[in-house]
Design a binder for this molecule. Sequence first.
Ligand code: TZP
Ligand code: MG
Length: 217
Amino acid sequence: MEDKLREMLKLYFIMGSNNCRKDPETVLKEAIKGGITLFQFREKGQGSLGGCEKKQLAVNLQRICKEAGIPFIVNDDIELALEVDADGVHIGQSDMSAGEARCLVGSKILGVSVHTLKEAEQAREMGADYFGVGPVFHTTTKEDALPASGVSFIRELRKNGYSIPIVGIGGITAENAGDVMSSGVDGVSVISFISNAESPKKAAMGLKENIMHKQNG
Ligand code: TZP
Ligand code: MG
């Protein structure tokens, strides 16, 4: 399971309707063609959808993922994740605790954002399957993002014996993805570099090339 998860995390595309310059379904289809390995539905922030519209978009995007064999993760909204029977959920430190989330989602994939060793320890103990770490670089996509930490916290986690799957997030592009990979992550998470690209397919391909290059060399 863990090896499979590490593979899934290689190129983890995250998106909501307000991150896209084109129709979200088109963006996701293009990103899949470009080689993403996992998708997270993150309908959040200014201009995001709620209620029925949010659920309908989740269902539509999930169908696209299913057809392509890409696992579908829901950000924050565990109720929605259970309702649509998503493959997993991702929570941050201001959402419910990892323990509560694990209890609700059973064996689904559980990702947790961590920023300190203490948060990492708690998340691991409470059954997180992977960590999201960032922002690695400056980002304007997340309204309440903490200051960029570079790859230092990723290195610190590995130095402290954390072998759990980790993805880096925040300001990641095709150009810097290789450096993030070299810091010890299993993969990178990206919103705007793909969602806001003129060609999401080409953007994903560019990222994938650099990720695989680092991994093999
Ligand atoms: N968490 C930390 S940074 C971030 C999230 C959700 C936003 C990443 O977006 P982008 O556009 O890839 O910088
Ligand atoms: Mg959250």
